[in-house]
Design a protein around this ligand. Structure first.
Ligand code: HEM
Length: 276
């Protein structure tokens, strides 16, 4: 496929993901500010509202961005180390948002004398936040500490990628459960089953989150949209054509095709690039 065509497909997919993310943020803001009690930090239902807001903006949107940050062709002129700091930094901010959102809901429950940790949503949600913390710690230990052996980095990479994607998808599933619970608890007259405007509005928020998740997972699992290896980038930078992204993509797919035919040396160099 022509490099420019591939680039266009990437940009269209990314734009759709950005539109979904922006709309999800607008929808959750309108939900808590217009349909619900607004925002406060006083043990009232308005404190609970930080929970969906921070989780959608941080744990879903920022985490999604962190996942695809290496894929942005505009970032390929930055060093891999810089990109690793951006990836880790975004994930760290997402984690902080998740922790503050949990403090908000526990605080609200305690003030209103509602039991904690009784629902499936709360079990899976807390598990996701704990595992996300573990993913962050292991990611920093493996890929940001310079002494970690390259062989360990390479061996751990498939696990890091798999668990990162699994956590992202799980967090969206947990959010959908939370949204549904809140609509069932919160709507009394008319009820959820009577489809008041809030119910329809928030159902759409759920759909936006699913589509956003699907697009991020698509972007993250396209091999031909991956950041080229450092060697390939180096070659491109020293080439006059290197200012254009199209050639980078085509060069990348050439390299992958080469690999398929067993260019062992190139593959092992690339392995080091990817994990370093
Ligand atoms: C996106 C990831 C999410 C995670 C990790 C998460 C995690 C949690 C946790 C651990 C609790 C238990 C708090 C306690 O027992 O005091 C909780 C409660 C709650 N969450 Fe979420 N949540 C998420 C998203 C959402 C969203 C988007 C909503 C929508 C409003 C929501 C609605 C609720 C509700 C209604 C409760 C109280 C009832 C219950 O404990 O199930 N959650 N959440």
């Amino acid at each position: 496929m022509a490099a420019m065509e591939k680039y266009k497909q990437f940009v269209v997919t990314l734009t759709c993901a950005a539109v979904m993310a922006t709309m999800a943020v607008i929808f959750v803001l309108r939900w808590v500010l217009h349909f619900k009690e607004g925002l406060a930090w006083d043990g009232s239902p308005a404190e609970f509202n930080w929970h969906p807001l921070l989780l959608v903006c941080g744990f879903i949107v920022l985490q999604g961005l962190a996942i695809i940050v290496y894929r942005l062709p505009w970032s390929w002129q930055c060093s891999k180390l810089t990109m690793k700091f951006i990836h880790a930094g975004l994930n760290f901010v997402a984690f902080i948002f998740a922790v503050v959102s949990l403090v908000a809901v526990f605080d609200f429950h305690n003030a209103a004398k509602i039991p904690n940790m009784y629902s499936l949503h709360s079990w899976l949600g807390l598990t996701a936040v704990i595992l996300y913390c573990l993913q962050l710690v292991l990611g920093v230990a493996m890929y940001l500490i310079p002494f970690t052996p390259v062989a360990w980095r390479a061996a751990f990479m498939p696990i890091h990628v798999y668990s990162g994607l699994l956590l992202f998808a799980s967090v969206i599933a947990v959010a959908l459960m939370g949204i549904t619970e809140k609509l069932i608890f919160g709507l009394s007259n008319p009820k959820y089953k009577d489809s008041p405007p809030e119910a329809t509005f928030v159902n759409i928020l759920g759909v936006l989150l699913v589509v956003f998740g699907a697009l991020i997972l698509w972007i993250a699992t396209r091999p031909s949209w991956k950041r080229p290896s450092e060697q390939t980038l180096h070659t491109l930078h020293s080439d006059e054509e290197s200012t254009r992204v199209g050639p980078a993509l085509s060069e990348l797919s050439d390299e992958r095709e080469g690999e398929a035919f067993g260019e062992t040396r190139r593959r092992s160099n690339k392995l080091e690039d990817q994990v370093n």
